[in-house]
Design a protein around this ligand. Structure first.
Ligand code: SF4
Length: 433
């Protein structure tokens, strides 16, 4: 039998295919993590395609099974692939965030849908398929963190990807932000520290990214993991929430273990907007203090903002580029509020008749697909593009790099390149899709 695994991608998302793509496009772990779950002895050929940098060919090989992982914005692409391969006789299996949110829709195009994590469901599917009785739906959220397979990174392309490996230690997060699609998928526990360290050692790397959505969320676990990381002398970065910036002991231990940067979803400088998104654990009045604290421990901060909350006004959003510079952030990113299916925001907006488009290809954080409260959708689109442009003016970009705690260190070049990369990414985002 022959198997094709695809990570589908929204074809209009060309942002990451430009000159700075390799600095901005993080390595994908999706297919690498699923690959070890495949029973190798029953397949004479297993091909893996990451559509972000590779093309899907319908006719080159006659596949028996096609497995496609996709999110909301790439669902139309995944549906087309499923239909084309089914026409050619393949059995189509779909999974990922969108499949978890809308399994009935996915079953209109696929023979089987995997709802939730793959670890238990994918091996079960293959067992049933081989015995001739595959079910249309598999769903099991009881992920065993000890059984988390080491991703088969050698099976995925490194083309146009940041050449720094990524690892996941803890996929869980104790918060419930209303826009967060990650929270709809993962309910897992942290992996045993020794498993994570074994994986990290095998990478033989000097730099690492942790994909954990909230690395410091479980403080005790983070402390244990950092104590084990410290002797490896690896520089690493991760996601964090703003409260990490109050905890001086944790910040110092993080720095000593190699942490040099965190990405924080600051989301908004409007307290009411944070409250409306169930992100009350962030206080925008304290952002400057938090960023200064992190800088005092020589940890750089990439701050992400969401535009379009009900309390956002045009004036506030247009002031963001200056306010971001005044906060002292080392990098910044912006996204249009996107109520992904499965999230609380989607359910609320849909109930209130505020979803104006269910063209999933537009659910990519660059388009307004709902009716904002204080402006028109078109105006929010314009403001979004203006904010990217202004935040990445050369003047503001230099100021960010100059103020960075990395300024006197060689890795200021990483920061400078990433900032320039985001400047061009911002230009790309200003094109209407
Ligand atoms: S803190 Fe981050 S990962 Fe956790 S629910 Fe909020 S957005 Fe999601």
């Amino acid at each position: 039998m022959k198997l094709l695994m695809i990570h589908a991608w929204n074809g209009s998302e060309t942002s990451y295919r430009g000159k700075f793509s390799s600095f901005l496009s993080y390595p994908s772990l999706t297919l690498a993590a699923i690959y070890p779950l495949i029973p190798k002895d029953v397949f004479e050929q297993i091909d893996v395609v990451d559509e972000n940098s590779q093309y899907v060919n319908y006719d080159k090989v006659k596949y028996d099974i096609v497995m496609i992982s996709f999110d909301t914005s790439s669902s139309f692409s995944a549906y087309k692939h499923a239909e084309e391969f089914k026409k050619r006789g393949a059995y189509a299996v779909g999974g990922g965030y969108h499949a978890t949110a809308l399994p009935d829709e996915v079953l209109q195009y696929f023979d089987t849908v995997i709802v939730g994590p793959a670890e238990i469901s994918v091996p079960q599917f293959f067992e049933d398929y081989i015995s001739g009785q595959p079910k249309s739906r598999y769903e099991n959220f009881d992920v065993c963190s000890v059984c988390f397979p080491i991703p088969a990174r050698d099976k995925i392309t490194k083309k146009k990807k940041l050449n720094i490996p990524a690892v996941i230690a803890n996929r869980g997060c104790g918060n419930f932000c209303k826009y967060c699609s990650m929270r709809t998928m993962w309910k897992s526990n942290p992996r045993p520290v020794e498993n994570v360290i074994e994986e990290v050692k095998a990478l033989k790397t000097k730099m690492l990214i942790f994909y954990d959505p909230n690395f410091f969320g479980d403080r005790e676990y983070a402390l244990e993991l950092m104590a084990a990381l410290k002797p490896l002398k690896i520089l690493w970065a991760s996601n964090a929430t703003a409260d990490f910036g109050y905890d001086h002991e944790l910040m110092q231990i993080a720095y000593d273990s190699g942490c040099r940067g965190v990405l924080i979803g600051l989301e908004s400088l409007n307290t009411q907007s944070l409250t409306s998104a169930a992100k009350r654990f962030h206080d925008s009045d304290k952002y400057k203090e938090i960023i200064d604290n992190l800088h005092s421990h020589k940890i750089a901060v990439n701050g992400c903002f969401v535009l379009g909350f009900d309390n956002d006004t045009e004036e506030e959003l247009l002031a963001l580029p200056d306010r971001v510079v005044n906060l002292g952030l080392d990098m910044c990113r912006f996204a249009v509020l996107t109520p992904y299916p499965g999230t609380k925001f989607y359910n609320e907006f849909d109930r209130d008749g505020r979803i104006i488009s269910k063209d999933w290809s537009k659910y990519n954080q660059h388009n307004t697909i709902f009716q904002p409260k204080n402006m028109s959708p078109e105006r929010l689109d314009q403001i979004y593009r203006q904010v990217w442009k202004d935040a990445y003016s050369w003047k503001r970009l230099w100021k960010r790099v100059w103020n960075s705690p990395w300024r006197k260190h060689y890795y200021v070049f990483i920061l400078l390149t990433a900032n320039i990369g985001f400047k061009f990414l911002g230009i790309d985002k200003r094109r209407k899709r």
